[in-house]
Design a binder for this molecule. Structure first.
Ligand code: ADP
Length: 586
């Protein structure tokens, strides 16, 4: 009953029913009146007819014998009460009562009117019969004089019955009409409302998140327009949302993969967003961080101080912070950012650790290089000064100084050469001229090149290559340089009577090349550092060498995707090993 359908139908039905009932209530008395008027006329006409009949008799005496019979006969035929009343008021005959028993009728209004006005009617309770009757009376003449009044009466009840029947019929008609109207109204309203209901359902589905919900839009009326507008809106909404989803997916992909850490907080400092880089730098996880406060996850006071400062001043703050505990060096930028509940913050963490390490290495390198250059240059200067101060006049001494000077110049030249080599390798790592090469081609030439030096030093130099070694995929010139550096070191740091063995074996999908010596060895604490540029052990410091050979070797091996390492026992000897990739089988 609450639906629009009923709200439309019900007033219409009530209106129709109401107006029909009002009409009935208004018409019923009118109809009754009309009926009564008709009946009155009718009864008067009957009475006149009967009066005409009576006037055929010459006098009362002629009539007297017949009258009662006539009245009975007329009453019968008319289905009415017929009475004849004399001018004196005495009832001469009556179709329904003994005339003699009836009293004076002169004062009956219809009789009075008939006698004085020529006709009379009245409705009243019959004193004789005890119920309401409609009376009509007209006078009749016998001879020239009015002899009495003929009166015809019918029970008034009949008129009421008739009127009631009519009223009932009208009420029934009103009810039937209303029922029909109700049916029509409900049907029409239902058809009118159906698209609205469909629209409401579609809107409800959309409200529950189903954006594919659409309204049926068959009609060309206002409701159809509403439906089309709704559908347009839905399409718009769907495409907007798709756009937003796309955008946010892109944004989160950026956040997910960016190297800088990003943390967003709301005004109360709760973490609303944290990306993997930030998790890594702060040593937390997204699950752990989300919902906690910034203070709880950033356990470093300098970062939280910076955040508080930004919050208190409402301005961007930036600082480089050394997280010594985590071995990280970060630039932290805190920017105030509008959040859902006021002013939050965005914290950006840039990891400058690698940059700082590179920077430090560059500085170290320059320092080391100048230090290494200073020694030979200083001794060159001293030698030159000694010569100038007189040694030049002592030919044997001059010769000695000159050959020492030549040695210093050679080592300077070697250092320049090695530095050049190092920077070349570092800058063009990608450009290796790799090709399938037999291991012997990499090992034999450097060993043969260094054999005279080994023999001079009394060191036995041997190569042990098993049969059928696979080829390796390398830039052979570079790898020969590596072998040269390693064998050169081995020979250099091994005393007379010692031995150096170069060997190779296949391990898995790699070739391992080893250079083993029985020399002075390397102190345990130095082993991890000997591949650094310019690094030399204390015992090696006195002798020649730049400390760059192993750094170059490591670069070359790494560029081939391999690994180089050393094992050594001080005083017993060292073994250097490196791996190389096998050549793909032809
Ligand atoms: P250098 O030109 O001084 O040999 P390297 O980079 O080749 O420079 O070697 C670095 C240091 O490693 C050497 O100075 C030496 O102290 C140590 N070292 C290298 N190879 C050996 C070895 N076979 N036996 C002992 N010490 C070695």
């Amino acid at each position: 009953m609450r639906s629009i359908r009923w709200r439309i139908a019900l007033p219409i039905v009530l209106l129709i029913l109401g107006s029909l009932l009002v009409l009935t209530a208004y018409l019923a008395p009118t109809v009754r009146q009309a009926q009564m008027d008709g009946l009155r006329t009718h009864l008067l006409a009957d009475a006149r007819l009967l009066a005409g009949e009576l006037q055929r008799y010459p006098d009362r005496a002629a009539l007297a014998g017949q009258l009662q019979g006539l009245v009975l006969d007329w009453g019968d035929r008319l289905g009415a009460r017929v009475s004849v009343v004399g001018v004196e008021g005495d009832v001469l005959a009556d179709s329904q009562r003994e005339a003699a028993s009836l009293g004076d009728h002169l004062r009956r209004p219809e009789v009075r009117d008939a006698l004085s006005l020529g006709s009379g009617t009245s409705i009243r309770e019959s004193a004789t019969l005890g119920y309401a009757l409609l009376y009509a009376a007209v006078p009749y003449r016998l001879g020239d004089a009015i002899d009495g009044v003929v009166r015809v009466a019918v029970p008034f009840r009949e008129i009421d019955d008739e009127a009631d029947r009519l009223t009932r019929a009208m009420v029934v008609a009103a009810l039937l009409t209303s029922a029909g109207a109700a049916l029509v109204a409900v049907t029409v309203a239902g058809r009118l409302v159906r698209p609205i209901r469909q629209l409401a359902q579609a809107a409800e589905r959309m409200g529950q998140g189903d954006l594919s919900a659409r309204a049926a839009t068959l009609r060309d009326d206002e409701i159809g327009r509403l439906g089309r507008a709704f559908n347009d809106m839905a399409v718009q909404l769907q495409s907007r949302l798709a756009l937003y989803a796309d955008e946010s997916a892109r944004l989160s992909a950026v956040l997910e993969h960016m190297a800088d850490g990003v943390v967003m907080t709301n005004s109360s400092g709760e973490v609303r967003l944290i990306n993997p880089a930030a998790c890594r730098m702060l040593g937390t996880t997204r699950d752990e961080a989300t919902g906690r406060t910034y203070m709880q996850i950033v356990r470093h006071h300098e970062i939280s101080d910076l955040w508080e400062l930004s919050r208190d001043t409402g301005s961007e703050q930036e600082e480089a912070i050394d997280l010594r505990g985590r071995g990280l060096y970060l630039r932290v930028i805190v920017t105030p950012l509008p959040a859902e509940d006021g002013l939050g913050s965005m914290v950006i963490l840039q990891d400058l650790t690698a940059l700082r390490r590179a920077d430090r290495m560059r500085r170290d390198f320059v320092g080391n290089a100048s230090h290494e250059l200073r020694t030979p240059i200083a001794s060159l200067k001293a030698l030159v000064e000694t010569l100038r101060d007189g040694a030049i006049d002592d030919p044997p001494a001059a010769q000695r100084f000159l050959s020492r000077m030549e040695g210093e110049v050679d080592s300077l030249a070697q250092m320049a050469q090695e530095l050049l080599e190092l920077s070349r390798i570092e800058s063009e790592q990608a450009q290796l001229a790799k090709e399938a090469t037999p291991v012997a081609d990499l090992v034999i030439p450097p060993v043969e090149h260094l054999r005279p030096q080994a023999e001079r030093g009394g060191v036995a130099l041997t190569v042990e290559l098993p049969e059928g070694l696979p080829e390796v995929n390398v830039d052979s010139e570079r790898v020969r340089q590596v072998v040269t550096n390693l064998v050169h070191n081995a020979v250099k740091f091994t005393g007379p009577g010692g031995s150096v063995v170069v060997s190779a074996e296949q391990v898995g999908d790699q070739m391992v090349i080893s250079v083993h010596d029985t020399g002075i060895g390397i102190p345990v604490e130095d082993v991890p550092r000997i591949f650094e540029r310019f690094y030399k052990t204390d015992r090696a410091r006195a002798g020649g060498g730049t400390g760059l050979g192993l750094a170059i070797a490591q670069h070359v091996v790494k560029a081939h995707g391999g690994r180089i390492w050393a094992e050594s026992i001080e005083g017993r000897g060292s073994t250097f090993r490196f791996t190389l990739p096998l050549a793909p089988e032809a």
